[in-house]
Each structure stands twice: as structure tokens, then as C-alpha cells.
Write a protein that binds this ligand. Structure first.
Ligand SMILES: NC(=O)c1ccc[n+]([C@@H]2O[C@H](COP(=O)([O-])OP(=O)(O)OC[C@H]3O[C@@H](n4cnc5c(N)ncnc54)[C@H](O)[C@@H]3O)[C@@H](O)[C@H]2O)c1
Length: 367
């Protein structure tokens, strides 16, 4: 059973990756947040399939369990959802030592995480990620938050938030068996991204083992989750608050956010990231940072994972370029892009020429 120590100076903790870990959730929790009660904030879609095992284990661990069910929908990743968690915490007289367990994908993790960060100025948070993306990405690094409607009606993603490190992360790969293929593949896009940022061997192995991973063979999943999570962990250990290196994790994301801003494309975040990775490779190739052969290899791995490398239909280039300016990473009107510079290595680049960006968009199908 791999247990990875997350050595964040302010709040070191463990990430447990273990098939069947849900059965011992109560014991794990008792070791880091002993108390007589706990709040389980859970994705409503998994309440029947996986919730019972978590509840039973927490009760065996000596916790009286209160529960809030949350809907995994970006519109519900809101201050209203946070309020429903505050209400449950208050109704059950939770104090500063009572733990909040966020069980679900990134939406539940971010929402319940923010409630835990702010209730009584912070209570113990335990992440139980149930999507691949949440296991290798969202549950690591302490970012919590919700979306907020900008005056005018547009939904501002993750505009309200706080850093709040968990006391523990418990990932049980067996829960991925019920995850929809489309959501599973979104997690694969983030694993590919991690390989591109820091571990060419991981990228090669995803290319080789894609069939076993997509079939969700437990051994293949364990290796993928551990290796991919380690990359994010090592980056956030060195740069917890995104003052430098952590920005590398945004590889492909500036393109992806522009794609996501077009609802007519009907793409999920991970699907948009996959196309964003191809666009970032194109920028790197045009500016002679990487060779075309490697860019083709990356696209091959993305395709092998049944993810798109081009937009599903043509989208207006000018609108996509415009949408990139609204990315949170744009500074003083200048776009900062993360670009690959070698196999398994990326850098933050401040001034990518506009023509290069436009040509990258064309390469992925914008017109
Ligand atoms: N905090 C961070 O550092 C961070 C990093 C990346 C992404 N995020 C956030 O994560 C969110 C996306 O999270 P996500 O990709 O995990 O998806 P999600 O939370 O939207 O869940 C995707 C779908 O899978 C369902 N689901 C979850 N676990 C399941 C299971 N085991 N079996 C069956 N269905 C299951 C959910 O109900 C939902 O329908 C975004 O809001 C994003 O902003 C946060």
C-alpha cells in the first residue's frame, strides 16, 4: 500500500492510495483527527454506491456521522452549497476539532474544502477523492474554493477560495470502477500533463499501458495514481502558494479555459486540457523549443487515451484568443503560457507572439 508523505512545511500529511481504503477510513481518520463526530460532505451520485462503506467505517472508528449531499455541477459549486455545509456544522454543534470529510470529485473537494477552511477559521479537512482527476490533482495542494457569478451573469470559476491543506487524503482506486468513461478520461489528461511537466517515463508508460489503464486494472491504476500524484506533490512542496513553479501545472490550461468558455463546444475540463496540451506543443514547436517528433508522440498518447487532439467543430479563432486574456494567469494584459521545452520539462514563457498562438489555435481546428 503506497502512503506518500506530503511534506508541505505548514501542514505535512499523508496521501494513502490503497484498494479498499474506504473500509479503513475511520481508523485513518482517528489517527489524524480524533473526535466524537464528523461531517461527511459527499457527492450525491456516490452516496448509494460508495457512501455506505465510508459511513460504516467512520462509525466503527467511533464517529457520529452527519451528512451533507452535494451535487457535482459547476453551478452548484457555490456559496449556497458552502452555506448548506455551515448549517449542518452548526446544527450538529461542530467545534474547531471536528473533521470535515470531502468525499467526491474535485467539485465536492473544492466546495467542502472551502467550508472547512472558513468555518471557525478552519477545521480539519480530509479528502476522499473519488475521481481520477481528484486523486492525482484536486485533492493535492490545498486549493479550495467555489465559483461566483460575475455581475453581468458570467460564472467566474474558483473566484472565491482559500488555501487549506488537508490533514489526510485517502484514495481508494476501487471507487473508480463506477466512474463514467468521459470523466475517467478527463483524469487521464491531467496525468499526461504531469508526465509532460516532469516525467517522460510516465508519459511513455501511459502510452504503453493505456489499454490496461482504460480497463481500470487495479495494478495499472495504482501505479498511475501514485506516479502522477507524486509529481504534483513535489511541485506544491516547493511552491505551496503558486509564487513560481506551481504555475507549471497550468500547462495547456490557458487554452483549455478559452475552450471551456464556449459552451457550444460541449467539452469537459479534461477534454479541453488535452486539446490545450496539443496547442501548447504547437507553440513550443513553432518557437523551436521542442522537436516535431516529440509533439507527435504526445498527440499519440492523447489519442491512445481516447481523448481529442482537435476541437470537435470549428470555433472562431478571434473569440478563443480573446477568451485567453481572461485567464487568471494573464498579467497586465500579457499572456503567460507554460510551454514544453524538452521531454518531461516545461517553462513559463511570458511573451509568445500572437501569430504563434493563432497558428496553434488553427492547428487544433479553430478558424
Ligand atoms: N483544488 C484543486 O487544486 C483543483 C485541481 C483541479 C481541478 N479542480 C476542480 O475540480 C473540479 C472537477 O473535478 P472532477 O473532474 O473530479 O469532477 P466532478 O467533481 O465534476 O465529478 C465528475 C462526475 O463524476 C461523478 N463521480 C465522482 N466520483 C464518482 C465515482 N467514483 N463513480 C461515479 N461517479 C462519480 C460526479 O458526481 C460527477 O458527475 C472542477 O471544479 C475544478 O475546478 C480543483
Amino acid at each position: 500500500m503506497p502512503t506518500i508523505r506530503v511534506n508541505i512545511p505548514s501542514a505535512p500529511h499523508d496521501l494513502v492510495i490503497e484498494p479498499g481504503a474506504l473500509e479503513s477510513l475511520g481508523d485513518h481518520l482517528r489517527a489524524v483527527a480524533p473526535h466524537d463526530r464528523a461531517l461527511l460532505a459527499m457527492d450525491e451520485n456516490i452516496s448509494e454506491t460508495h457512501g455506505a462503506r465510508a459511513r460504516a467505517s467512520l462509525r466503527r472508528g467511533g464517529y457520529a456521522v452527519s451528512e451533507v449531499l452535494l451535487r457535482a455541477d459547476e453551478r452548484q459549486k457555490s456559496l449556497d452549497a458552502v452555506r448548506s455545509i455551515y448549517d449542518a456544522l452548526l446544527a450538529n454543534h461542530f467545534d474547531r476539532g471536528s473533521p470535515v470529510i470531502a468525499m467526491g470529485g474535485g467539485i465536492v473537494g473544492d466546495t467542502a474544502g472551502y467550508a472547512a477552511a472558513t468555518y471557525l477559521r478552519g477545521v480539519p479537512l480530509i479528502h476522499v477523492p473519488t475521481t481520477l482527476l481528484a486523486m492525482v490533482d484536486a485533492s493535492i495542494g490545498g486549493k479550495t474554493g467555489v465559483n461566483y457569478e460575475i455581475p453581468g451573469g458570467q460564472l467566474g470559476k474558483n473566484l472565491i477560495g482559500a488555501f487549506h491543506q488537508p490533514r489526510l487524503v485517502v484514495a481508494d482506486p476501487l471507487v473508480l470502477g463506477t466512474l463514467h468513461d468521459r470523466h475517467f478520461k478527463c483524469g487521464m489528461a491531467e496525468c499526461i500533463k504531469h508526465g509532460m511537466i516532469a516525467d517522460q517515463d510516465l508519459l511513455d508508460d501511459i502510452g504503453r499501458d493505456h489499454a490496461r489503464i482504460l480497463a481500470r486494472e487495479v495494478g495499472a491504476l495504482l501505479a498511475l495514481i501514485e506516479r502522477s500524484a507524486r509529481i504534483k506533490i513535489s511541485i506544491v512542496e516547493r511552491d505551496e502558494h503558486e509564487e513560481g513553479e506551481r504555475a507549471l501545472l497550468n500547462l495547456g490550461h490557458t487554452f483549455a479555459h478559452a475552450i471551456e468558455s464556449m459552451p457550444s463546444l460541449h467539452l469537459k475540463h479534461g477534454e479541453a486540457v488535452a486539446i490545450g496540451l496539443v496547442a501548447a506543443c504547437s507553440c513550443a514547436m513553432q518557437t523551436r523549443r521542442i522537436d516535431p517528433l516529440w509533439a507527435e508522440e504526445v498527440a499519440g498518447v492523447i489519442r491512445a487515451c481516447l481523448l481529442r487532439v482537435r476541437l470537435p467543430r470549428a470555433a472562431p479563432l478571434t473569440a478563443l484568443v480573446h477568451a485567453m486574456q481572461f485567464d487568471k494567469k494573464a498579467r497586465a494584459g500579457r499572456l503567460r503560457l507554460v510551454l514544453p521545452v524538452a521531454r518531461g520539462r516545461c517553462e513559463i514563457v511570458d511573451d509568445v507572439p500572437k501569430e504563434v498562438i493563432e497558428s496553434a489555435w488553427r492547428e487544433v481546428g479553430a478558424t
